[in-house]
Ligand binder design. Structure first.
Ligand SMILES: [Zn+2]
Length: 77
């Protein structure tokens, strides 16, 4: 069975489902018995989801140009 240190090293592979069957079973067995690693994986998942949300919500160059154009137009009137 994996120890906690090993779990942290392969946690992102586990969450990405990029792991062979044997390692996945070892991971699940460890997670079942270790609340610290369950919490670690939950927080890692939340962090990954937040980063993806931030990447998807970036303002595009077109939006920035549109906003700056509107500001320029308002300042000229
Ligand atoms: Zn653990």
């Amino acid at each position: 069975m994996l120890n906690c240190s090993e779990v942290t090293h392969i946690a992102s592979d586990y969450l990405d489902k990029n792991m062979n069957w044997k390692d996945s079973c070892s991971m699940k067995m460890h997670i079942t018995m270790c609340k610290h690693c369950r919490h670690f994986l939950r927080h890692l998942r939340l962090t990954i989801d937040c980063v993806h949300d931030m990447e998807n919500n970036l303002t595009s160059t077109e939006e920035i140009l549109h906003i700056t154009d509107n500001i320029s137009d308002r300042n000229q009137t």
